[in-house]
Design a protein around this ligand. Structure first.
Ligand code: 9UX
Length: 72
């Protein structure tokens, strides 16, 4: 069964930032859906925790230069 989380993301300033994160996450094995809301500074992520962890997701977001500010 898939898990669903909302991540607070810092450092996004334009709409392309959100799309960059969405497409990077969306390409990962185990990510079912990644939808980033620029205005709310959140990422909705549906994933298979047998294939990918929250820590993996955090590293991808940080590797792109944004901040992973926690889950909610
Ligand atoms: Mo927009 Mo975001 O020019 O990293 S893509 S600020």
């Amino acid at each position: 069964l898939n898990d669903k989380i909302q991540v607070k993301v810092g450092g996004m300033t334009c709409a392309m930032c959100a799309k960059t994160i969405e497409s990077a996450l969306g390409q990962l094995e185990g990510i079912i859906d990644a939808t980033v809301n620029l205005g709310a500074e959140t990422a909705y992520i549906e994933y298979n925790k047998d294939l990918i962890s929250i820590d993996d997701i955090r590293k991808v977001i940080e590797g792109l230069g944004y901040q992973f500010l926690g889950t909610m």
